[in-house]
Every structure is written in C-alpha cells, then in structure tokens.
Design a protein around this ligand. Structure first.
Ligand SMILES: NC(=O)c1ccc[n+]([C@@H]2O[C@H](COP(=O)([O-])OP(=O)(O)OC[C@H]3O[C@@H](n4cnc5c(N)ncnc54)[C@H](OP(=O)(O)O)[C@@H]3O)[C@@H](O)[C@H]2O)c1
Length: 312
C-alpha cells in the first residue's frame, strides 16, 4: 500500500481532531483512496503544553522547515489560524508543489488573492472545505456539484455561536448576556466572542462562498457586516408577534449583473425552512438557475466536523 505523508501545522482543536481522524480511520481512507495517510510531523508553538490528545513526542516540532522543506511530505494541513505566519507557510508549501489544505477562512478572505493567484497560475491544489461550514460539504458542492448552474442566491446561517445564542433567547426567553455565557460554558463561543457576535466570522465565510458563486474574488472588506450584538430579547419577542424569527443571515445575491453580499440579522417567516436550523447548527440555502433550491445542513464548527472537512 502506498503511503501518503502529511504534515500538520497546528495541533489545537482542529489539529488534534484531524490527527484522530487520520489515525483512527487510516485503513478506511486507504481502502477508499488507495493511499495510507501517515502523519509525519506536527508543528506547534509550545512543545511542553499539556494536550488532551497524547501523541508521540518525536512527531512534534517547533520548526516549520521540518514540514515545509521535508520532501517526503506531500500534503500540508494549515490548522494554526491567523494571518501571520500562516500565509507565509501556505505560500511556501504551495511553491514547493505540495497539496495544501486549510481551515483558515480569515486568511483566505482577507489575503486570499495572492494564495489563489499562485494556485491558479501554477495549477496547484488548495483545499479549503474546512474553512466554511465545518463538516458541511459546501465548498465541493459549489465548486463541483453545482458547476453547471448560475448561482442566483445563497442564504446561509453560517455561525454556530450566534445561532446558538439566538435560539436560546427565542426558545428559553434568556437575555443576550445569559445566552452568551451559556454558549461559552458549552464551548460554542470563544472567550473573546467578538468575531462571531459582530458578524465578522460570517463575513469571512460569505466572502469565500460568494467568490465561488460569482466567479471572482470578493474580499472580506467588500462584505456589508452587521452582527447580533445589539439584538435584545424584546426584538425577538416583537418579531414573533408578527410571525417572524430573527436569524443572523449571510446573503449573497445576483440580479442583472449587480451583487449584494451582506451579513445582518434578518426577519424570516416562522414557516421558512431556515427557522428549523437551531442551536449550533448551520445551513446553506442555495438557488441555482437549473437545480432550483437546495439546502445543506449540519454542524458548522467543532473539532470533529471540521476534521471531517479537512479530510476532503
Ligand atoms: N475550532 C473550530 O471549531 C474551527 C472550525 C472551523 C475552522 N477553524 C479554523 O481552524 C484553524 C485552527 O483553529 P483551532 O480552533 O484548532 O485553533 P487552536 O485550538 O488555537 O490551535 C492552534 C494551533 O496552532 C498552533 N500555532 C498557532 N500559531 C503558531 C505558530 N506561530 N507557530 C507554530 N504553531 C502555531 C498552536 O500551537 P500550541 O498548541 O503550541 O499553542 C495550536 O496547536 C483556524 O483557522 C480556525 O479559524 C476552527
């Protein structure tokens, strides 16, 4: 059986879940692809950090060259996050002809032009399924399954933290602060949740989706963004009296060559299918000119679902 050697940049929530997936499911992957995945090296910042997953300490390194300049490694998974030095490492791996897989929506939507140009010019492979929608295969759907369609509209609930908070407020009558605290206790919200609450995480994801839908790069700073940080319980209650539910929506639409790309809280009719997307679930409602309407639904974040998408 031919082995395929993989380097992981990062061993946090997603990195550890990817390690688990590639070791536990190695034989299944080998049967399905003809290649046995072998993790060769794992880059971290701190070798002494206590980690919930135990790993052979010989695999860990703090030197990115052990992965980027290792000729045996043909796939590099960037699971560090942030712009610097992730961008430099991704470009370096691509320039060496390695396949790169990343979950880093912030980097791709803010600085993606350079990375995507290199990939297109040199016909390289950059997998970024894990950067949008966690385990939901939205990127492959857009790039492959729907390639025959002109995409007219995408309406997504693309951030689990905000959807969890809004669901708790609506269904349990909790105020915003209490619902946020609960989301943090359950691990659905970061200690600093501002990227989620202000809609920035959703806008990062929408920038990538809209770029795929409309065939040109739409950077993050062209997306209109409004979060849920000003939503109060009373807003949800008023909306309900009129037959609506408030959700944070990521919307990309095209009409006669004009594009609207925006993230904002929106009123949706109680009977609309997107109202059944509750708690930390995500969904993408897509309209194509031939396929009509389709809906993809699943867990949009967390180690295991995101690792599933890295495994693309
Ligand atoms: N968590 C999710 O549910 C989720 C879902 C979808 C996408 N993502 C994306 O996945 C990526 C990783 O997220 P995460 O939640 O797994 O992050 P995380 O738990 O903070 O893990 C980051 C890992 O990268 C390592 N690292 C960071 N900077 C480094 C540097 N300069 N040099 C070497 N190692 C470095 C850290 O090393 P140490 O362990 O030594 O500190 C850590 O192992 C991000 O781009 C995020 O947006 C996450």
């Amino acid at each position: 059986m031919k082995q395929i050697k993989i380097g992981l940049l990062g061993f946090g929530t997603v990195g550890q879940a990817v390690y688990k997936l590639l070791t536990e499911n190695a034989e299944n992957i080998a049967e399905r692809t003809g290649f046995l995945p072998v993790i060769e090296k794992v880059l971290v910042r701190d070798l002494k950090k206590k980690r919930s997953l135990s790993i052979d300490s010989k695999l860990l390194t703090t030197d990115p060259k052990d992965i980027l300049e290792n000729k045996e490694i043909s796939i590099v998974c960037e699971l560090m996050g942030g712009i610097k030095p992730a961008e430099e490492y991704i470009l370096s791996a691509l320039e060496r002809g390695k396949v790169v897989v990343t979950a880093n929506k912030a980097l791709l939507s803010e600085k993606g032009e350079k990375v995507f140009s290199l990939v297109n010019e040199r016909r390289l492979y950059l997998g970024f399924e894990a950067s949008v929608g966690g385990g939901i295969p939205i990127i492959k759907t857009m790039k492959e399954a729907l390639v025959g369609n002109k995409i007219k509209r995408i309406v997504g609930i693309v951030n689990g933290t905000t959807n969890y908070i809004l669901t708790q407020m609506l269904e349990k009558g909790m105020d915003f602060a209490k619902a946020l605290r609960l989301a943090q206790e359950k691990g659905f919200a970061e200690a600093d949740p501002s990227l989620d609450l202000k809609g920035i995480d959703s806008a990062h994801k929408l920038s990538l989706l809209a770029s795929l839908a409309f065939n040109f790069f739409i950077p993050f700073d062209r997306v209109y963004v409004e979060g849920i940080d000003k939503i109060e319980l009373i807003d949800l209650e008023f909306a309900r009296q009129f037959g609506y539910v408030i959700k944070l929506l990521a919307i990309a639409k095209e009409d006669k060559g004009k594009y609207e790309i925006m993230v904002h809280p929106a009123l949706i009719p109680e009977k609309h299918i997107l109202t059944s997307v509750r708690f930390n679930y995500n969904a993408f409602y897509i309209q194509g000119d031939f396929v009509g309407d389709i809906l993809l639904y699943g867990l949009g974040a967390g180690g295991a679902p995101t690792a599933s998408a890295v495994g693309e």
